[in-house]
Design a protein around this ligand. Sequence first.
Ligand SMILES: [Zn+2]
Length: 121
Amino acid sequence: MGKVKIDRNLLLGILEAAKNSHPDEFIALISGSGNVMRELIFLPSISGSSSALIHLEMLPIGMKVFGTVHSHPSPNCRPSEDDLQLFTRFGKYHIIVCYPYTENSWKCYNRKGEEVELEVI
Ligand SMILES: [Zn+2]
């Protein structure tokens, strides 16, 4: 299986989406195949209801959910208490991108909120 990686175009798309949402937060699920994150799944609401879980069942076969991505409108990429709650609900890998949303202003965490390395390919 090897280490999980992220497609650079996806990363750039995430940073772009974060910029466009600023100063609001942007949130999505990260999907892909094999061990490569390749696309986003936008959900109308990811918190506070179980409806998001229903959507997950509608994923095409072979696609999987790696975890979540969301943005912080501040330069702080650390997960909040709410973020840690979210991390336990969807997948194993969670990206936070923070202001100013450059290729250096993001981090990936596991579901315990520990930083993990993601190779950009
Ligand atoms: Zn957060």
